[in-house]
Design a binder for this molecule. Structure first.
Ligand code: FAD
Length: 460
């Protein structure tokens, strides 16, 4: 695959030549088909545009050169990791340059300091593997860990299954290298365990969705390997009862994972790979340390909340089969039709209310909305299904999507727990943040990217 793919002839005069000069002439293709795979992310309902070009730099210096060229020509930049995002953040835009980091993949483990120095294009799974080869562990584990990049994880502050106990991406960031909109390269943070010199600006860039700068390197904290876990599966004949069980567990201990699938999600998974989850209204999957009585605490909480069946295993493969089924849920539901993937979060005590609200919205609209979620974090993914060929159905799905976000806000929650605002949710961000925080957000954006060239359309 060439380093520069010219997609359309809409580029201003001299822009493509300047790009060649920035990252080398090597191989240039003018075939838009070749660039197709760089146009979409996984938010199926965000229609991507046609970028003027796709550029794949190999170093921080090349990224800075690309940003300098784009800024000089007034061309917007859409930064792209692996394109697994679910909010339209890395989908191409008409007339913008897509800056793909998929060639920047080096990983260096510093065992003594328990740090990994990683380029943004490395996949999460590759970092996990390198850490494990050195007897260490990189915990953040989005369900997409085998296909998403560390740069994308940082830019969305990705969560995952084990985050309920071990925290999210930002908790593992020691330092970042960022190329700013004016092409300066800054290093934020360091290699020490503690550091309070100046503002903690690295955290400003974690979760900034490519709108404040391009992350070109990260120094990530590693941990000793995770202790062995037991996996507990429980079925419920009422999804709100499963929600109450989650509240009881999280009130008693921090599980290593606590995931939920409702009936619609279970059926979709079982249709692809039968793991014996049956015809329950909801399933909870918990993982806890084998040591001590955490398993007993969880089993008792599940039973007290009305579980119809509870089983547990210490066998790592059986546990992985169950957790793997949960990770498969989004692609399995996507086989049934088009899906708008929600990502709402609520405070723990409001989980049963959110699950009941989603049920009600789904019934009233007559639209199937299977629900999965990182239940222990109060973070759920109602999957709004519809027939994309039917314009009315798409509009009704959008209305349901918005209603679920509003329900989460009414419960004191958030419109996005881990996928980001992107283009899919920017119209409701002000409803969550309010005018003063939106103003502050805009002023920070204007200070760092005065010409609005980085990921325009994200947040604002
Ligand atoms: C089946 C499935 C399951 C998923 N499960 C989870 C889950 O459990 N938890 C979770 O959090 N997410 C999940 N996701 C969503 C997605 O995988 C994450 O958001 C992931 O972090 C995106 O990484 P990416 O490399 O694909 O980023 P992309 O989609 O390429 O980009 C995402 C955003 O990050 C920006 N960006 C990317 N790289 C950089 C960079 N180097 N510098 C600045 N900005 C950058 C982009 O501009 C865009 O705004 C899932 C997705 C799928 C398809």
């Amino acid at each position: 695959m060439p380093r520069v793919v010219v997609v359309s002839n809409a580029a201003p005069p001299g822009f493509i030549d300047d790009l060649y000069a920035a990252v080398g002439h090597a191989a240039v293709v003018t075939d838009p088909d070749l660039a197709l795979r760089y146009r979409f992310d996984r938010a199926g309902t965000v229609e991507p545009g046609s970028p003027v070009a796709v550029v794949r730099p190999a170093s921080t210096a090349e990224v800075a050169s690309v940003v300098r060229v784009a800024a000089a020509h007034g061309i917007a930049i859409i930064t792209r990791g692996a394109g697994t995002g679910l909010s339209g953040g890395s989908a191409a835009r008409d007339g913008a340059l897509t800056l793909s980091l998929d060639r920047m993949r080096s990983i260096h483990i510093d065992r003594e300091s328990m740090l990994a120095v990683v380029q943004p294009g490395a996949l999460n799974a590759e970092v996990k593997r390198e850490a494990a080869a050195n007897g260490l562990w990189y915990p953040p584990d989005p369900s997409s860990f085998e296909i998403c990049s560390i740069g994308g994880n940082l830019a969305t502050n990705a969560g995952g299954l084990c985050c309920v106990r071990y925290g999210v991406t930002t908790d593992y960031v020691a330092a970042l290298e960022v190329v700013l909109a004016d092409a300066r390269v800054v290093r934020l943070g360091g290699r020490t365990v503690k550091d309070v010199a100046g503002l903690d600006l690295k955290r400003l860039f974690v979760g900034s969705e490519g709108a404040l700068g391009v992350i070109t390197e990260a120094t990530l904290r590693l941990r000793p390997p995770q202790p062995p876990v037991a996996t507990i599966a429980a079925t419920f004949d009422d999804v709100s009862a499963a929600g109450s069980a989650v509240c009881a567990v999280v009130g008693a201990l921090r599980p290593s994972a606590l995931e939920l699938m409702d009936a619609g999600a279970i059926r979709a998974v079982e249709a692809v790979r039968s793991v014996g989850l049956g015809d329950a209204e909801a399933v909870l999957l918990a993982q806890v340390r084998v040591e001590g009585d955490d398993r007993g605490t969880v089993v008792r909480a599940f039973e007290a909340a009305g579980a119809t069946y509870v089983a547990s295993t210490d066998d790592a493969d059986e546990g992985e089969l169950l957790m793997g089924a949960r990770r498969m849920a989004i692609p399995c539901v996507e086989r049934l039709g088009s899906v708008m993937i929600e990502d709402v979060g609520v405070p723990i005590p409001r989980i049963p209310d959110l699950l009941a609200a989603v049920r009600g919205i789904s019934h009233r609209a007559g639209i199937a909305v299977p629900v999965i979620g990182h239940a222990g974090d109060g973070n759920f993914h109602p999957l709004v299904t519809f027939d994309a060929a039917d314009r009315d159905a798409a509009d009704r799905a959008q209305a349901v999507f918005d209603e679920i976000m509003r329900a989460a806000l009414a419960l004191g929650g958030t419109i996005t727990g881990e996928h980001g605002v992107g283009r899919l949710k920017s119209h409701l961000l002000a409803d969550q943040l309010g005018p003063d925080v939106m103003d502050l957000t805009r002023r920070i954006k204007a200070a760092l990217d005065p010409n609005g060239l980085l990921n325009p359309g994200t947040w604002i």
